[in-house]
Ligand binder design. Structure first.
Ligand code: PLP
Length: 376
């Protein structure tokens, strides 16, 4: 049977040992950046590269976007900033969204990393370093405008202003907040948060605003401030729910077949025998499972593709493999080493996320390190 497998299905198999190939189209990434930067101009577009640039490789993604003119990079955790700092030129600014843990302040100041200050306590500690080292330090002030997740409560803005005036050593680069419902343009929470941010900003008349994530960019100019913070849209995810996705896909994922078989009607497939073949079925097992970021909730739901043909997932998703029904393909079309499409022209991130009952962000950031990452 393997002899019948067309050569081009196997053409991409490599000697690196991987059974799945995650291709990151850096040109498409750069075009997405350009598109977003044009949308927010004259404001500027940062790049959110937290969680290893949503799983795509923060080193490669940040380098590409820097070469493309991006100078503002947001990570979530301080450790991500420490890893990224030596890879980027000094004129690239790196911001830590979650702010600093007690004890990180000195390392942060020395490394030239800019914390997002989310509480009076963090401000006090950052100011303490500035005073003790007798040097001005930059910071972003994040206010909570209605998400109740991270940021200084709006009612503490007077205390913040007083503390800044007393210390006199902290340069506020931006007043920042984050939208909870930016992917839903009709959600009234967006306007409420915008109004709240406006009231806070009135207390800091000198400061520039940094507000929009991917979805926020598409809510219009009022949300752009001077610096937007897109993440998912850079990586090809849809910024707005239920609308045509204006972004270019960046990620392709292909996984190799490790076994094929034909089973008679009544055959059980996978753990728990949860799937029973209704008819004689051609099956293939592919070499990726929930440990590779294809959620177990795809069991008996969802599909992969070959030459545009939908191949449904049958039975439970295993840790390292998934069984698919390939009966729709002609005999011998797929064999050992053949590649099937998990993400690509036939299946978007949003498609697989919907079938898995989750969001594109979780799929993207979950894609495991057993895939060979190829940058194009
Ligand atoms: C993750 C994150 C972003 C990027 O959000 P996207 O929806 O991926 O564009 C922006 N700002 C903050 C505070 C975030 O946590």
């Amino acid at each position: 049977m393997d002899g019948a497998v067309s050569e081009n299905r196997q053409a991409k198999a490599s000697t690196g040992g991987a059974s799945g190939y995650l291709t990151v189209d850096l040109s498409a990434l750069a075009r997405n950046y350009d598109r977003l930067a044009a949308d927010v101009a004259p404001a500027r577009a940062a790049a959110v590269v937290k969680a290893d640039a949503y799983g795509l490789g923060a080193d490669r993604v940040a380098a590409k976007l820097y070469a493309h003119g991006c100078r503002h990079f947001f990570v979530a955790q301080f450790i991500e900033a420490l890893r990224l700092r030596p890879l980027l030129s000094r004129d690239a600014e790196i911001f830590v969204l979650n702010g600093l843990q007690p004890g990180n302040e000195r390392v942060c100041a020395e490394a030239g990393i800019i914390p997002v200050i989310n509480s009076l306590e963090q401000l006090q500690q950052w100011a303490g370093v500035a005073v003790s080292q007798n040097r001005r330090l930059p910071a972003v002030l994040q206010f909570d405008t209605g998400m109740s997740r991270l940021g200084i409560p709006p009612e503490e803005r007077l205390q913040v202003a007083a503390m800044l005036a007393t210390c006199g050593m902290i340069d506020i680069l931006f007043i920042m907040s984050h939208l909870a419902s930016a992917d839903e343009p009709d959600n009234a929470q967006n306007g409420d948060q915008l109004a709240e941010l406006g009231r806070i900003a009135a207390e800091f008349p000198e400061a520039d605003l940094c507000f929009a994530n991917s979805g926020g960019i598409f809510l219009g100019e009022a949300y752009h401030g001077v610096l937007a913070r897109p993440g998912i849209a850079l990586y090809g995810g849809a910024p707005t729910a239920g609308r045509t996705n204006p972004m270019e896909p960046v990620v392709h994922l292909e996984v190799a077949v490790v076994q094929t078989r034909t089973v008679p009607a009544g055959t059980r497939v996978g753990y728990g025998g949860a799937h029973v073949a209704a008819d004689a079925t051609h099956l293939a097992t592919i070499a990726a499972g929930y440990a590779d970021g294809l959620p177990r909730s795809l069991s008996d739901r969802g599909a992969v593709y070959c030459d545009g043909v939908r191949l449904p997932i049958v039975g439970r998703v295993s840790m390292d493999s998934i069984t698919i029904d390939i009966s729709a393909l002609s005999e011998g079309c797929l064999g050992l080493g053949s590649l099937v499409e998990v993400l690509g022209p036939n299946q978007t991130l949003e498609d697989i996320a919907r079938d898995a009952g989750t969001i594109a962000y979780e799929i993207l950031t979950g894609l495991g390190d057993r895939y060979e990452r190829r940058y194009r």
